[in-house]
Design a protein around this ligand. Sequence first.
Ligand SMILES: [Mg+2]
Length: 391
Amino acid sequence: MKIIGTNIADVTATWISCPIPFEKQHTSDFGRISSFDMALVVVTLENGMIGYGEAKAAVGSQGSCEALVSIIEKEFKPQLIGKDATQISRIWSLLYNGSRSGYGETRGRSFHVLGRRGIWISAMSGIDLALWDLAGKRLNAPVLDLVGGAVRDKMDAYASGGWADVNTIGEQLRSYVEHGFKSVKMRIGVMDGPVSASVARVTAAREALGPDYDIMVDAHGTYNPTEAQEFSRRTADLNLRWFEEPVSADARKAMTAVRRDAPMPISMGESEFTCFDFQDLIDREAADILQPDMAICGGFTEGLKISALAVSNQLELAPHCWGSAISFSAGLTLAFASPAASIIEFSLGANPFLQDLVSQNINADNGTFSPPTGAGWGLTINNDFVAEFAR
Ligand SMILES: [Mg+2]
């Protein structure tokens, strides 16, 4: 039965940039982070219903969303007006295949436009997340209920932070576990200088936490293959939960070599686009843990395909969550729905988009989350906050 008014009436994208107070800023290889940025996507239906999505211009906090806004409002909007918002996969195919989407529908394969990777796919992610929000709201159900419900009752979260130097990293990570987290992630890589400096910081972290907590390390893809192999060799006895992005996402052959030699699991995927990129990681035997970002990889629609790849290859799925409450809720939903997921990222950096963009309180309870509730992504957007920080 056709529900009245589900055609798309309007699409907007707004670059929101919220400054981070100086005392809450952190510094990594991305520099000193002074703002959190996102593109907020709003899809309005003819019946007045509103769905919210998020598109990211960077894997970290800070980035210009000018291009995202332009793609969404100037390229996508004219194609979307009048389309039935209930046909989420069909709209995904329309934006991916452009004028050849009819061939995609009848032949069942990709006839993609030039923007098959990169910022174009991030922009598509924002539209896709808004359409899933609308799908849940239309049925007055969490998106999780639309995709088979939760595989588990609770989801462990890991505290993601760990920028402090060798003398204070133990204290910083202990402050995370005091909030109930059983797992913590710290940054390493070229920001430390030589590999030995990262090894010293991770050794200090393990000494401070003892053996009962999981420690992950994230090099943000900054090592060359030799450095990554040196790091993994010298930390082999520290029982690391995973080594994230040892080398650049462009170093495809090196990924395979690093994983082959590493004594700990290797994770990656936050700057990969679509299921095709994740299929490539799998073909290359490059990763043990896949980390798609719902506001980058192509949205929840693509997240479901990547989850299926993780399941069929018996890999772990751990969605990357370094954005707003919208992409966090989408990543949490995917993790609850996927048999391959057992842990979710929770940012311990300053993040106004988790706490102030929405009226809900997004916080781990003793280091864990329960399945999302509420219609769609279960979020109420704070329009005053959006108006204050819109650029
Ligand atoms: Mg990372």
